[in-house]
Design a protein around this ligand. Structure first.
Ligand SMILES: [Fe+2]
Ligand SMILES: [Fe+2]
Length: 219
């Protein structure tokens, strides 16, 4: 089992937000039929330029994603990809721990980088690996690990809240790193190898391609 979230209780309230913002716009009944979406006579070239800009932006982003994911896909099977991402996150933590209180900009940048890396990583696990674990009757481990992801996000929330010049910033980062390290260790040493052992080669490559595909959109 993967339970190591000592003393942390979850007090989620179920108050779903009330989306009852009513829209009371009445139609003006104006005889002028031009809607807010009418384009002026000269809007054509402008619209074309905007669309072209969006297309270039999309292509650039797509290329970046393909490059990032391509590099990652070369690292091997799903468990190796995820283990490499663990190492990457731990390396960012080490850079954070090497900063001092005056390096607020560097701390902010590193926290952003860490947030993105952990977010992408958690998404791959939560959308592919943990559901596959549940499918293989390993729901207990999947649920424990997914709940720890919640506490990982809580650390990010707390670090953002206290700010990079807080006197306890390093202490919090150290605590955060320990949780991620323990979580990663549990996945790499226990849960993933056990899961992989019971898999056919076909299932294994299916999980690898699903992890790659999910990572592509999150890159
Ligand atoms: Fe995880
Ligand atoms: Fe992980």
């Amino acid at each position: 089992m993967a339970t190591r979230t000592q003393g942390r209780t979850s007090n989620r309230s179920n108050s779903s937000s009330d989306n009852s913002r009513s829209s009371n716009r009445s139609s003006s009944g104006s005889s002028d039929n031009r809607s807010a979406f009418s384009w002026g006579e000269n809007a054509g070239p402008l619209l074309g330029a905007a669309l072209a800009g969006a297309a270039i932006g999309f292509a650039a982003n797509y290329g970046r994603k393909a490059l990032m994911q391509g590099m990652e896909a070369m690292t091997g099977q799903w468990d190796e990809i995820l283990a490499a991402e663990h190492d990457m996150a731990l390396a960012i933590f080490d850079k954070m721990l090497a900063t001092d209180q005056s390096q607020t900009f560097k701390r902010k940048m590193l926290l952003m980088k860490l947030t993105h890396a952990l977010d992408k990583h958690a998404h791959q696990e939560e959308m592919v690996v943990y559901p596959a674990l549940r499918e293989a009757n390993e729901a207990g481990d999947a649920d424990d690990l997914e709940s720890e992801h919640g506490y990982i996000k809580t650390f990010i929330y707390e670090l953002n809240k206290i700010g990079p010049d807080a006197p306890n910033w390093l202490e919090k980062v150290r605590e955060f790193r320990a949780l991620v390290h323990e979580h990663a260790h549990m996945e790499e040493e226990q849960v993933f190898p056990r899961f992989k052992q019971g898999m056919s080669e076909e299932q294994n490559s299916e999980i690898t391609s699903l992890v790659n595909r999910d990572g592509f959109w999150m890159a």
